[in-house]
Design a protein around this ligand. Structure first.
Ligand code: SF4
Length: 327
């Protein structure tokens, strides 16, 4: 994607999501803000439990009790998604905003043929077109994701993991949404199939001009995929910049360690692990949640939460090494 379109398709501001447990709230998402532009591929990356999937679920208002969206604003082309009524939300999902959930291929209905499952999405939102038109649309969608016509009459168990994942992509783009969220799209696939599925998603996204949020824990994979990247840690965004800047000039100590932990085929270097474990979000460390693991931590880090701020054009970092004191 070239220069970013001026107006974002999606605006997320100050999003807070907590899971309420008898032991207290699990602060899964804390004051997360970002924009996604038209036709952009935006990555959300971080270790397991950092809040990236909860963020995706919150965008779609799919947080279930004991989870709750506490505050925030989520706007899709100006419409505030957090205040929509349930029937308005139902209309919006798939048509304007669709999700390829984690383990999507296992979410296909095992007793329905692939054709019927894709048809369901179309009929539910647009009413029933003529049988010929419906068949043509299903074939076109399967063709777009590189699947042959014969797949229409097959059941999910007759398909490989990669094929099922491509069916899920076909369903997600069936109504040509403005934004698709892909959550850990390839986590259950081997590396060869991963490449095919990723390639398919990229080609489809480019062809349709849809905006895309790619959620994952694999920095190497994100590097090949996205235009811009947000690194999350303990429910907060640590750094946002275009992907090249993040990989060539990472600023946040956590981002640097994440990149150092990616194996390289070009240079022989020992793999670097990030010391320690991600914190529990029930009782995260005070100040910067990364401070117990951070090689650059200093006194202030243990007492004050760093604010995400722009330190260079379109490069935001939440770290006291770069921040002014918050008044
Ligand atoms: Fe490390 Fe402090 Fe920056 Fe947190 S704020 S990443 S602890 S230097």
């Amino acid at each position: 994607m070239g220069a970013l379109a001026a107006e974002p398709v999606l605006t997320v501001r100050d999003l807070v999501v907590h899971y309420h447990t008898p032991r207290g709230p699990i602060k899964a998402v804390e004051h997360v803000s970002f924009d996604v532009y038209k036709g952009e591929r935006f990555g959300l990356v971080g270790e397991s439990g950092c809040g990236k999937s909860t963020t995706a679920m919150a965008l779609l208002r799919l947080i279930k009790p004991p989870g709750r969206i506490e505050t925030g604003e989520v706007r899709l082309e100006g419409r505030d998604l957090l205040t929509l009524k349930p029937d308005e939300l139902r209309t919006l999902r798939w048509r304007d905003l669709s999700l390829i959930p984690q383990g999507a291929m296992n979410s296909l209905n095992p007793v329905m043929r692939i054709r019927e499952q894709i048809e369901d999405v179309i009929i539910c939102h647009e009413g029933r077109p003529s049988p010929a038109e419906l068949a043509e649309r299903v074939h076109k969608l399967l063709n777009m994701v590189g699947l042959p016509r014969r797949v229409t009459t097959m059941y999910p168990h007759e398909l490989s993991g990669g094929m099922k994942q491509r069916v899920c992509i076909a369903m997600a783009i069936a109504l040509n949404p403005k934004l698709v969220i892909a959550d850990e799209l390839t986590s259950a696939l081997d590396v060869v199939v991963q490449r095919v599925v990723i390639q398919t998603l990229m080609e489809v996204q480019e062809r349709l001009g849809t905006s895309l949020i790619v959620i994952g824990h694999d920095m190497g994979l994100q590097a090949q995929l996205v235009d811009r990247l947000a690194v999350m840690y303990a429910g907060r965004i640590a750094e946002i910049a275009d992907a090249i800047t993040i990989f060539e000039q990472p600023l946040h100590p956590y981002t640097r360690l994440l990149i150092a932990s990616v194996p390289s085929t070009k240079e022989k270097k020992p793999l670097q692990a990030i010391p320690g474990l991600p914190p529990t979000l029930l009782n995260p460390p005070p100040g910067c949640a990364f401070h117990p693991r951070c090689p650059a931590a200093f006194e202030r880090c243990a007492v004050e939460v760093p604010r995400l701020q722009e330190v260079a054009p379109k490069h935001q970092v939440a770290c006291h090494l770069f921040s002014e004191r918050i008044s």
